[in-house]
Ligand binder design. Structure first.
Ligand SMILES: NC(=O)c1ccc[n+]([C@@H]2O[C@H](COP(=O)([O-])OP(=O)(O)OC[C@H]3O[C@@H](n4cnc5c(N)ncnc54)[C@H](O)[C@@H]3O)[C@@H](O)[C@H]2O)c1
Length: 674
């Protein structure tokens, strides 16, 4: 078979590195062509450039620039697809491009894309692989992934990097609609860092090149190269559509993303018949991490007034500071003016008593995770609340029915579970307690949508959907650590699988104190399946709360995550460490989740596998291209998963015992999706 990757190279060089001290400008200027594009020959040459940069200790900073007047990089050379004579050949071409751009993203140098013109498809993907993107404000400068219009999926990292950079909803909009954006719009959604007149583009790129390397987008995608191959739908070329019909992995990715898009659209429609109440006055109880974030979101996205209560002024100040910090980021990125920020901030008023809460249509409770305190707060609210006012609790684990057990009006109590960080995580679980009214459900859901969130309705139960599924996942990560697998190799295994961050980093991010509490509640509720490892307790007892106090599984400096903290092993009594077997890690952690998810569906905590998958994608960043946890499980086959769980239970104990729900489905050779 002839390989596309080895196709005839052009003679003159497309790339040139212009050195200036420790800075290298990598000029892309395809000889004899009006535009820059990645043919396989050009990609081969680019791979050579990456080799050179990997070895070159003299260059510390790289600016990628184009020698063409109004084109940065127009994309991959799509005509090459029509030359491909087999799916394998098309896949090879794609894989090589993906690997090369992935290697580029891993360079030790700071990388900046200076986008002077069209950065489309592969051009956009190369820009995404850079640490920073600076773009010209001219009309010809456009960035995006229009290849879906040609039926080609952005397989050089577009599908994985874009959602990590700008969030899933905005990324899907670009990917599925084949959108391109001008500089101003690209900056608004955070796709580029700066938009400037073409005349100063390189100067500004120099300034960005002087900044530190970004830890921002995690870049593990090498593992599943085969899964993200081009899909050629329709009939852009008869030879290609025929040749890639066998490329089922590619069409899986495409279908998964399209399904997800429709799921998101679907979740915007109200299924509950009851009319929702209008929320003119909102309240937030508890000005902690979550309360501050929720108050910010209400003031940012709605016209409702926001009243925030805590038990002392110090806590209130903390909540206001947290809210201000979120807006400040927008101001820094020039997506908002300082005046606007002040105006929005002033819309949050606060108190340490109940004054003002008698007006509230809806209050969101985000006080400490303690059922007694939550009941007390609800009791105090009911004493001053106006008739029909709704109390929505942001509890992460406690059943709504328990919180409302002594309420005078339990029909007005619902769950409204946000995820941390509130401004960035797109999911809200809206939970129905035993007595919650349909009006309360619809009002909470509608308000969550106003806040820009995707809603998944849940029935009541400890941990609801996402946290209950994450329970065994996080526990398993602890057991794996205790076995001597290194912190960084565990994280890498899951990042390579496609998770936005590994479980160790996630533990630090969520807070080990929070995790300790959640673990206790879940293990009390579910027994052996959620038996925790000793890791979380040991870290907690050692005063390691994670990122919030700069002490966790990783080392921190001024709030920034550095390398893993080697002293953790000693603390946990681990004598020798070794890198993890990534496949085994993925299997143990993912199958533990699948097992629990089967039970959640069986108990009708969530109405459908699709909604469970949506919740996991939006609430944990479960890789969208895999279609969700249950789609992934169906693809592997439940009989296989059952056999592996039986094996794992033998080896590691009861926590892997297959749930009745999973066993039943698997033994009938069933699937989650019918
Ligand atoms: N942190 C997370 O990742 C996360 C995510 C989702 C949900 N939650 C849930 O949100 C809630 C709050 O969590 P957090 O992380 O923001 O906690 P936090 O400790 O940061 O904040 C809790 C705040 O509640 C205040 N408070 C205590 N009693 C009060 C009372 N009677 N009236 C008013 N305020 C009172 C405390 O002073 C504190 O400021 C918990 O139920 C938690 O389970 C947390």
């Amino acid at each position: 078979m002839t390989s596309l990757v080895e196709a005839t190279p052009h003679s003159a060089s497309a790339f040139r590195i212009e050195r200036d001290g420790d800075l290298g400008i990598l000029w892309f200027d395809l000889p004899g062509e009006k535009i820059n594009k990645f043919s396989s020959a050009v990609m081969t040459e680019f791979a050579g450039v990456v080799d050179e940069l990997e070895r070159d200790g003299g260059i510390k900073r790289i600016i990628v620039a184009s020698g063409k007047p109004s084109i940065f990089i127009a994309g991959a050379d799509v005509t090459e697809f029509s030359k491909a004579t087999s799916a394998e050949q098309a896949r090879e071409y794609t894989r090589f491009g993906q690997q090369t751009i992935h290697r580029f993203s891993k360079l030790s140098q700071v990388t900046v894309a200076a986008i002077n013109g069209a950065a489309l498809g592969g051009g956009c993907e190369l820009a995404l692989a850079c640490d920073y993107r600076v773009m010209s404000d001219g009309p010809k400068a456009q960035i995006g992934l229009p290849e879906t219009k040609l039926g080609i999926y952005p397989a050089w990292g577009g599908v994985t990097r874009l959602p990590r950079l700008i969030g899933l909803p905005a990324a899907l909009d670009i990917i599925l609609n084949g959108k391109t954006l001008d500089g101003k719009r690209a900056k608004k959604i955070g796709l580029v860092d700066e938009v400037v007149p073409a005349s100063i583009l390189l100067d500004i790129a120099h300034q960005f090149a002087a900044k530190p390397k970004r830890a921002g987008i995690e870049r593990g995608l090498a593992r599943e190269v085969d899964e993200v191959v081009p899909l050629i739908v329709g009939s852009t070329s008869s030879s290609t559509s025929g040749s890639t019909n066998g490329s089922t992995a590619g069409s899986d990715v495409a279908q998964n993303l399209i399904r997800l898009f429709f799921l998101m659209e679907d979740s915007k429609k109200e299924r509950i018949a009851a009319a929702s109440l209008e929320v003119r006055d909102g309240g937030v109880l508890g000005a902690g991490i979550m309360g501050g974030g929720i108050a910010q979101l209400i003031a940012d996205k709605t016209d409702a007034s926001v009243r925030m209560r805590d038990i002392n002024w110090k806590a209130i100040a903390g909540g206001m500071k947290a809210a201000a910090k979120i807006w400040k980021k927008k101001v820094d990125r020039r997506r908002m003016t300082r005046v606007e920020m002040q105006r929005k901030l002033a819309r949050i008023t606060s108190t340490i008593d109940w004054s003002g809460f008698e007006r509230c249509d809806l209050v969101i409770e985000a006080v400490v995770e303690n059922v007694e305190i939550k009941r007390q707060v609800l009791h105090e609210f009911e004493a001053i609340a106006k008739p029909g006012a709704i109390f929505a609790t942001n509890t992460s684990t406690i059943p709504i029915t328990d919180i409302a057990a002594q309420a005078a009006k339990p029909e007005n109590v619902a769950g409204m579970h946000f995820f941390n960080p509130v401004d960035r995580m797109p999911l809200v679980e809206v939970i129905r307690g035993a007595k919650t009214s349909e009006v309360a459900m619809a009002t909470v859901a509608n308000f969550a949508r106003k806040l820009g969130k995707t809603v998944v309705y849940c029935n009541d139960g400890p941990g609801f959907v996402v946290n209950r599924i994450l329970g065994p996942y996080m526990n398993e990560a602890g057991f794996l650590l205790e076995e001597g697998n290194t912190i960084e190799s565990l994280d890498k295994a899951m990042v390579d699988f496609g998770m936005p961050m590994g479980p160790m980093a996630l533990l630090d991010e969520v807070g080990i104190d929070v995790a300790a509490k959640v673990a206790k509640i879940l293990s009390a509720a579910f027994g052996a399946r959620m038996e925790p490892s000793h890791v979380v307790d040991a870290l907690y007892t050692d005063g390691r709360y994670g990122k919030k106090n700069g002490k966790g599984l990783y080392l921190y400096e001024a709030g920034k995550r550095l390398g893993p903290d080697g002293s953790v092993y000693k603390l946990l009594g681990i004598r020798s460490t070794h890198p993890a077997d990534a496949a085994a890690v993925v299997e143990r952690m993912i199958f533990a989740m699948v097992n629990e998810a089967a039970m959640i569906l069986y108990e009708k905590i969530v109405a459908s596998p699709a909604e469970l998958d949506l919740a996991m994608i939006m609430g944990t960043g479960f890789p969208p291209f895999r279609g969700g946890l249950l789609r992934y499980a169906d693809k592997l086959g439940l009989p296989y998963i059952l056999a592996r769980l039986d094996d794992l239970a033998q080896k590691h104990g009861k926590r892997f015992l297959a749930t009745a729900a999973l066993r039943k489905l698997a033994e009938r050779d069933g699937k989650f999706y019918r």
